[in-house]
Design a protein around this ligand. Structure first.
Ligand code: MLC
Ligand code: AMP
Length: 444
């Protein structure tokens, strides 16, 4: 068996099982996955980077494993990204799309030792998404720290249905299984029925998924046989924590992270869990809450799980660190005396978290402004019981409907970046300097 960086369980080939991996209803063994990944590695070897259409499929897994084998960074493309977003990602990364045929098999020996493995595109407060360069070393460090925190082993069956173009679904949810050797069942979509039917020991979900599970009482009760339910990517509301506890008998473990840092803080399988608490710093990670009078301030982190910068943007990379070398998360946190972290908000209201997706208000505003009828646009996140935050667009426009604008954004960018509510205003509220003031917008 060839050595696949990061994926120690896969490389060892020990305990290969015919059903090692199931993605959206199709199942394969490690050997079959390695064969398909070998064919990808041969094809991409020597490229600077390549992109895969990151549908929830065995092809996406083979593409990413093939990139690791060949030592070529992979750019997972959100499958529903509209033309504007797609063009930006491909141009910015310089990656060409390489199609993956899972039926093709080849041997590929020898992988370079370290370096960039993934480039994940993620939104900032303004402008187009930036490419976050993630190394093999960072992923290996993070997955080992999570295995330690969650007692995650080859005995587990991991179940989730999260997208394969972000840290949660791809790094934790696929590469984590291939490093620890746990079986993986990816349910295609993260529906309560599919989670209930999968019979796993370890479950991953964003709070929206857990909210939907709790609303489906039978599905929540069916999870009682699991070992650990893990929530992350956005704050888990207390009623959802309590609903899971009451129906499944499990207090969910909450963990916190970012594309740029991977997961840095988590509750432990053998430790306390409480609503609103995201646990302690993972092994190897150091955190601090920036100085403030009330003990609440920006969470800053250091450690081996951090990214290798924004692709081609040294200024943005430098700006994301303090002068003394700590990564600035932009999240506002408090830390208890025992080192338990609580995330209490975000420094900028222009980063929206909807269904666990990070969405920059500026990117949606620019998409709206590309519509010929739109003169001005201001986008905010409004509290939503299911999505956490719902995208609300305030626009100054004539001769166009809210649905037209929603569809326009959904077609240019990814579908999850579309406004769920559009409000028409005669003008945006401004200060004396003429600058739009989002806090003066009327309530939704
Ligand atoms: C609706 N649809 C439209 C549309 N309106 N399509 C085009 N135009 C319109 N105007 C259709 C879509 O085609 C799609 O169809 C469906 O509606 C999707 O609807 P949705 O409402 O957007 O999906 P929803 O069910 O609300 O999704 C909830 C969710 C999703 C939880 C499944 O938000 C999700 O997968 N979230 C996970 C995000 C995540 O993984 N984040 C991790 C980031 S990493 P169809 O046919 O496709 O159904 C990170 C680090 C860390 O944060 O700490 O983990
Ligand atoms: P992303 O880059 O998509 O990975 O999003 C990272 C952001 O998700 C963080 O900066 C936080 O704002 C948010 N986040 C992730 N996990 C949690 C959590 N457990 N609680 C609150 N916010 C979270």
């Amino acid at each position: 068996m060839p050595e696949v960086p990061v994926l120690t369980a896969l490389s060892r080939g020990t305990e290969d099982r015919a059903d090692a991996l199931t993605v959206a209803g199709r199942t394969c063994s490690y050997e079959e996955l390695l064969g398909a990944a070998g064919a990808v590695a041969r094809r991409v070897s020597g490229l600077a980077a390549f992109a895969v259409e990151a549908t929830a499929s065995l092809e996406t897994v083979a593409g990413v494993v093939g990139g690791l084998l060949a030592g070529v960074p992979v750019v997972p493309l959100p499958p529903d990204a509209g033309p504007a977003e797609r063009e930006h990602v491909l141009k910015d990364s310089g990656a060409e799309v390489v199609p993956v045929d899972f039926a093709e098999r080849a041997d590929f020996a020898g992988a370079p030792a370290g370096g960039a493995a993934l480039v994940l595109y993620t939104s900032g407060t303004t402008g187009a998404p930036k490419g976050v360069v993630i190394t093999r070393e960072a992923m290996a460090a993070d997955l080992d720290a999570l295995a330690d925190a969650w007692q995650w082993t080859a005995e587990d069956t991991l179940v989730h249905g999260l997208p394969l173009f972000h840290v949660h679904g791809l790094v934790l949810g696929v590469l984590g299984a291939l490093r620890t050797g746990s079986r993986l069942v990816h349910t295609g979509r993260p529906t309560p029925e599919a989670y209930a039917a999968a019979g796993g020991t370890l479950y991953f979900g964003v709070p929206t998924v857990w909210h939907r599970v709790v609303r489906d009482e039978a599905a929540a009760r069916a999870l009682s046989g699991a070992r650990l339910l893990v929530s992350g990517s956005a704050p888990l509301p207390a009623p959802v924590f309590e609903g899971l506890r009451d129906l499944s008998g499990h207090q969910p473990v909450e963990r916190y992270g970012m594309t740029e840092t991977l997961i840095t803080v988590s509750a432990r399988a053998d430790g306390p869990r409480a609503p609103g608490a995201v646990g302690t710093a993972l092994h190897g990670v150091t955190t601090r809450v920036a100085e403030s009078a009330d003990g609440i301030g920006e969470l800053q982190v250091q450690g081996p799980t951090l990214f290798d910068g924004y692709l081609g943007r040294p200024e943005a990379t430098a700006a994301s660190y303090t002068d003394d070398g700590w990564f600035r998360t932009g999240d506002i946190a408090a830390m208890d005396a025992d080192g338990t972290h609580r995330i209490v908000g975000r420094a900028s209201t222009d980063l929206i978290k909807s269904g666990g997706y990070r969405i920059g208000a500026g990117e949606v505003e620019n998409a709206l402004l590309a519509h010929p009828a739109v003169r001005e646009a201001a986008v905010v996140g409004a509290a939503d019981p299911d999505l956490g935050q719902r995208i609300v667009a305030y626009v100054v426009a004539d001769g166009v409907s809210g649905q037209d604008l929603t569809d326009f954004v959904a077609a240019r960018l990814s579908v999850h970046k579309r406004p769920r509510t559009v409000r028409f205003l005669a003008e945006l509220p401004r200060n004396a300097m003429g600058k739009p003031q989002k806090r003066l917008l009327p309530p939704v």
